[in-house]
Ligand binder design. Structure first.
Ligand SMILES: Cc1cc2nc3c(=O)[nH]c(=O)nc-3n(C[C@H](O)[C@H](O)[C@H](O)COP(=O)(O)OP(=O)(O)OC[C@H]3O[C@@H](n4cnc5c(N)ncnc54)[C@H](O)[C@@H]3O)c2cc1C
Length: 415
């Protein structure tokens, strides 16, 4: 059953109650604003998004703490982890922390069955008004803000808010309504993943990313000794995997990788999930006076494992841009301009490299040379992990990589 739509207007109406929406709602609520959040789906306490492999990059972990969810890094809820890459040029392990310094940073293997209900509970606890099973169908703007036209089980309704936040995902209805088309970039891999017991993973809880030909195979340790296996494969490789044979071929693939754990005792919990096509999509972060956060703004190839983190961070950047501002006069426009700039500085620079990585044809010789340089240089290995954890901008990493490659080329030959 849907929650009744509140009669009184609010300061901020958030459309979409998944990661980006809940994070934005909580952050605006923490500023003392009246906030309502809408979702078209009926969301009971256990509802969660299933099509997600939930590797939360380290840049976004501090945002969870700001939302009141610091406890989610405890062993009952998730596995704090660091990445290790098996590349064509050797192992890229990165010593110690994600970045130089004392701060102990980590990524989280945090399942959506844990994260999604926890976010909604935190939003409710902090006073966000929650309206589920209610779709926002249309928006109208006037001098006092926005009129939202909604539709739910109880019929159609209207609702007033000063600011509307579009957090309605990659198929964003608000983007269509407001004329914010997505720029799309092809993704030449499909994905398959599943949850298993009976696999022995690394004792240090590292998540292992194995680059095999044009594929990426990932082994993620989960709480309770469970393991998630994920394969992003060239489409032609998995096209014929179907029926009863599918799981066996999936496990045989992992068993054929020298750096993956043995699959001999692997038992699948449920069926395998995945997709055959998932192009990246990029939209403008602001259209008129409506900000877009999460996948509604930027939905990139899941192989990069950035969507949840970017959903959390974009919501956080939006709220920060409105800190201390009113929602009247010239303030909202200034807040939106600040948000656009922050997104362009912090998140957008990562999109280009991710879109290039979605294509399978690469110059293998220069790829091997690049990874040999990274693998053989502990400092650069650490910076590579910081780049993939989105703690370092691609331009900065490129400069360090170029310097290291030049040094290697000009180093005297050892006779
Ligand atoms: C196979 C796969 C693996 C992935 N793995 C990772 C990973 O390892 N790490 C990572 O960080 N990311 C990963 N992602 C990406 C991640 O799942 C998404 O980026 C993330 O869920 C985006 O969250 P969001 O809140 O922006 O949007 P969504 O989760 O799509 O939520 C949008 C919400 O808006 C609601 N809505 C839509 N229209 C309306 C409307 N008109 N009115 C009201 N409500 C509406 C929807 O019901 C939905 O709840 C993966 C994605 C896939 C497909």
């Amino acid at each position: 059953m849907s929650t009744p739509i509140p009669a009184e207007p609010v300061d901020v109406a958030v459309v979409g109650a998944s990661i980006a929406g809940c994070a934005a709602a909580i952050r605006f609520r923490q500023q003392g604003r009246r906030v309502a959040i809408f979702d078209k789906k009926a969301m009971d306490d256990r509802f969660y998004k299933r099509l997600c492999t939930h590797f939360i990059q380290p840049h976004a972990v501090p945002v969870l703490a700001e939302l009141g969810l610091a406890h989610l890094h405890e062993p009952a809820w998730s596995v704090p982890t660091k990445a290790v890459f098996v590349t064509p040029g050797g192992l890229v392990e990165g010593p110690g922390n994600y970045l130089p310094g004392d701060q102990d940073l980590y990524a989280l293997n945090l399942e959506r069955r844990v994260l999604d209900p926890a976010l909604r509970a935190a939003a409710r606890e902090q006073g966000v008004r929650f309206v589920d099973a209610t779709s926002v169908e249309k928006l109208e703007e006037d001098d006092s803000g926005w009129l939202l036209h909604t539709h739910g089980e109880a019929g159609s309704g209207r609702f007033r808010a000063r600011l509307v936040v579009a957090a309605d995902g990659r198929r964003s209805r608000l983007a269509k309504e407001l004329g914010n088309p997505a720029e799309t970039h092809p993704n030449e891999r499909s994905a398959l993943f599943g949850y298993f017991t009976g696999i022995t993973t690394r004792p240090d809880n590292r998540s292992v990313f194995i680059m095999n030909e044009k594929d990426l195979a990932c082994v993620y340790p989960l709480p309770g000794g469970r393991t998630q296996l994920v394969l992003f494969a060239e489409k032609s490789r998995v096209e014929g995997w179907s029926g009863d044979d599918k799981v066996r071929r999936f496990l045989d693939y992992f068993d054929s990788l020298p750096d993956a754990p043995s699959m001999a005792g692997a038992v699948l919990e449920d069926g395998l999930l995945g997709y055959t096509d998932y192009p990246s999509q990029i939209r403008k972060p602001v259209v008129g006076s409506v900000p877009f956060v999460g996948d509604a703004a930027l939905s990139l190839d899941p192989m990069s494992g950035v969507g949840c983190g970017f959903a959390l961070t974009s919501a956080d950047l939006l709220a920060r841009s409105f800190d201390g501002r009113s929602l009247a006069g010239a303030d909202p426009a200034a807040g939106l301009a600040e948000y656009r700039q922050r997104l362009e500085d912090v998140i957008l620079p990562h999109a280009e490299g991710i879109c290039v990585d979605s294509l399978v044809e690469k110059n293998e010789v220069s790829r091997q040379r690049m990874f040999r340089t990274i693998s053989g240089n502990p400092e650069l290995s650490q910076q590579y992990l910081a780049l993939t954890g989105r703690m370092l901008l691609p331009g900065e990493f490129q400069r360090m990589l170029m310097r290291a490659m030049m040094t290697r080329r000009t180093a005297p030959l050892k006779l």
